[in-house]
Design a binder for this molecule. Sequence first.
Ligand SMILES: Cc1cc2nc3c(=O)[nH]c(=O)nc-3n(C[C@H](O)[C@H](O)[C@H](O)COP(=O)(O)OP(=O)(O)OC[C@H]3O[C@@H](n4cnc5c(N)ncnc54)[C@H](O)[C@@H]3O)c2cc1C
Length: 347
Amino acid sequence: MGEDCRAVEAGQVGAAARWRGAGVLTYSQLAALKEEIGASGRVLAHSVLGDMGGPLRAGDILRHATEHQLDTYLLPLIRGERACCFSLTETDAGSDVRSLRTVAVRDGDGYRLTGHKVFSSAGPFADFAIVVARMAGTGEQGSDKPRFSAFLVDLDSPGCHVEDGATPMSGEHIESDIVLADCYVPAANLLGEEGGGMRIALGRVTTNRLLHCPTVLGATRRAVQLTLDRTRTRQVAGQPLLMLQAIQHKVADMATELYAARSMTYAALAALDEGREVHAEAFMCKLFVAESAFRILDEAVQIHGKEGLTQGNEIEYLFRKIRMFRILTGTSEIQRNGIAKLLAFHH
Ligand SMILES: Cc1cc2nc3c(=O)[nH]c(=O)nc-3n(C[C@H](O)[C@H](O)[C@H](O)COP(=O)(O)OP(=O)(O)OC[C@H]3O[C@@H](n4cnc5c(N)ncnc54)[C@H](O)[C@@H]3O)c2cc1C
């Protein structure tokens, strides 16, 4: 078994518990690996460790899997034989996930799913999707509450089409639309209980938002390093840029923000490794890491001058890539909402 496999096994319960065992990476160790890969500057860095379509995309969905689901979907995922995507977002349902329109209708010993998911990362090469749908007959009148279920959907099922999605500003085209038209899904592919799908989906997002942070920290660290290199070699009025106090202060602020973001992330990961709940910390880390990375990258572009604005320059690419993180995996505003809600109810 690879290291990514052992990493994902950390903290699993239920049918997945039998796979817990020797050589498990802690979340902190996994994060350290992710940070190094993020700092490598390699084009395919996001595909290492199973972030893109591998076990980390399923994340703690494993907790809810039955023996059949583990054997058919999730263990092949861990072995690198199959890939998956996570399909929650729709055109009119992003932050407000409960307004999603994909619907599941019971049909004999299974369900029929109809809807249109957008921005499913890893969709172009995934074999199956984790799809969240509203149960038909719920949430239709104003007063009754919608109930959501999560399903494992084979992407080659009749009635399921993987379409070319939009290209985000990073320029990396690794998202798809998942279009379902009366697509039959057997009951054995229901994750957890009927009606428990939103809890499963949002639970996955909580762990994932913390585990995305080291990747962003790595990319930000690379930007700081590239900027320092640039200030040493770029000559202005006969001396390196780094000799200017205005530049020194910028670099000092960048390094300080990175240190703060990194410290809080590893503190939260250490708490997670101790088995503590880190809901508020995960929101805080996602918020601070995304916002500080954006500020750092903005200064990196500033210090690089026209080079930082030039297509093909690594800083220009990192700026676009990092900018997305204030929206991906829950926007900064949604993180603040989450923190405020937890403060209001737990203090
Ligand atoms: C590259 C990329 C990859 C993605 N990968 C996936 C994936 O694999 N699977 C998946 O399911 N989704 C994925 N997404 C979708 C992503 O999670 C959503 O884009 C994100 O959750 C925000 O939703 P939205 O874009 O619809 O923005 P909206 O919800 O329309 O928000 C617009 C603005 O309003 C603010 N806002 C909305 N509601 C509130 C509120 N209650 N309080 C305060 N402010 C609010 C937001 O913060 C934001 O600033 C991906 C998106 C991108 C761009």
